[in-house]
Design a protein around this ligand. Structure first.
Ligand code: GCO
Ligand code: MG
Length: 428
């Protein structure tokens, strides 16, 4: 029994995805997600040029050893590209192990610790009315938890904020359908220079923290008034605040009992969260841009967060994320795994199997993939009454229709850029 072949699939059914398929000498196949939004092809090269050739002929059941081999041996450790590549291989090997056992993966991870996973949806609106309409749509579908993002008076397009199409279904792609533009786009920021050499640029948005800090508590107040106390409300600050601004926001949201405030400051300078903690009991969630247990060391040991936001896709797969959650368990910190549409259905399934098995599960983010995406990736996870379940199919329970995937070629697409009014590049 050995790894016979590894294929790296790139497809764009509605958005870009990178999927690894590992095939064993016995013909068992496993899938893994290595999608890194806006940097997909860097992961493809890392896999094809540096990982795949080193794994052919190895025993596919040595999942931990292969993880350590990919993590430690190249000397250059961690980083989003490396860890997405490690994740893709790791998931595929777990998928194979569970298929060989004829069991859904969660049974190999310790079995189900609960009947389903509390999950939250994304609702947004440029106005409070539009936001409330979006929330109502999710409540009608059975969601018990909703992330709320809203427009800010005086600011234009804000990342992750969209209204439903007139008369249409509320559905959007927050993280990837901002196409890179070719040609000249409007000159923006001090470094814009001559547009002549600009072949591709992400779109740009304008930000002002003071306006946001004034407006957001009024949004929470209106939503609480409309939906009452029981609905869980979450919010994502997208790393946009300085420490004192984050503390102010966390404190100002307290009367509305938020489930969590996510990414209130940039994730690198972790000691600043002590200040936020001193001023507020609003629960904090961080970690979607982290990629290893070491990124969490201070946050977890000082109990500066309440929820781990990583995904299996960006944190070294099931093996990497399981390490983080075992560490977090010691400190009573729970999971809130990243589940946007740029985590593929394969990565989403990995999150779900792990979430069902671990004791310290908290909540699972769920942005349903488009019908186009789901026509290429056939899933067996299911949603009912606000809860997700990974399903009972052997392995991860996701199949890739390679013929359908071949019909959707990779398209360059980037996340937007955020600037202050004077052109200063800002966190988002
Ligand atoms: C979230 C996110 C996403 C990310 C996206 C980046 O909380 O789900 O912040 O929308 O921005 O996944 O690729
Ligand atoms: Mg986020």
């Amino acid at each position: 029994m050995a790894i016979d072949r590894i294929d790296v699939n790139v497809t764009s059914p509605g958005r870009n995805f990178v999927t690894v398929k590992v095939t064993t000498s016995e013909g068992v196949t496993g899938l893994g997600d290595g999608t890194l939004n806006g940097r997909e092809l860097a992961v493809v090269s890392y896999l094809r040029d540096h990982v795949v050739p080193t794994l052919i002929g190895r025993d596919e059941s040595q999942i931990e050893s292969i993880w350590q081999y990919l993590y430690r041996s190249p000397y250059w450790r961690r980083g989003p590209v490396t860890m997405a590549a490690v994740a893709a291989i790791d998931m595929a090997l777990w998928d194979i192990a569970a298929k060989k056992a004829g069991e859904p993966l969660y049974k190999l991870l310790g079995g189900a610790s609960r009947t389903g996973l509390l999950t939250y949806a994304h609702a947004s609106g440029t106005t409070i009315d539009a936001l409330n309409d979006a929330i109502r749509g999710y409540v009608d579908q059975g969601f018990q938890a909703v992330r709320i993002q809203s427009g800010v008076p005086g600011l234009g397009q804000i990342y992750g904020v969209h209204d439903a199409a007139p008369g249409g279904k509320y559905e959007y792609e927050p993280a990837g359908r901002v196409e890179a533009r070719s040609g000249t786009g409007p000159a923006a920021g001090p470094e814009a220079g001559s547009a002549a050499g600009a072949a591709m640029r992400p779109s740009e948005e304008t930000w002002e923290t003071a306006a946001y800090l004034r407006h957001l508590p009024t949004v929470f107040a209106a939503v609480r008034e409309e939906f009452g106390p029981a609905l869980h409300l979450l919010h994502d600050g997208h790393h946009r605040m300085r420490p004192i601004e984050a503390a102010k926001l966390a404190k100002s949201l307290e009367p509305y009992d938020p489930f969590w405030l996510e990414d209130c400051t940039p994730g690198e300078d972790q000691a600043v969260l002590r200040l936020v903690r001193q001023h507020s009991v609003t629960p904090l969630a961080i970690g979607e841009v982290f990629n290893s247990i070491h990124d969490y060391q201070q946050l977890i040991t000082e109990r500066l967060i309440d929820y781990v936001r990583s995904s299996a896709t960006h944190a070294g797969g099931i093996t990497g994320l399981r390490q983080i959650m075992a560490f977090a368990a010691v400190y009573g910190i729970r999971s809130g795994f990243h589940g946007p549409t740029d985590v593929s259905p394969v990565g989403m399934a990995a999150n779900l199997h792990l979430g069902l098995a671990i004791h310290n599960f908290g909540i699972q983010e769920y942005m349903p993939h488009s019908e186009t995406t789901l026509s290429v990736f056939r899933t067996s996870y299911r949603f009912a009454d606000g809860m997700l379940h990974p399903g009972e199919a052997p392995g991860l329970g996701v199949e890739l229709d390679e013929e359908a995937a071949a019909g959707y070629e990779y398209q360059p697409a980037y996340l937007p850029v955020n600037r202050l009014r004077d052109g200063t590049v800002h966190d988002w």
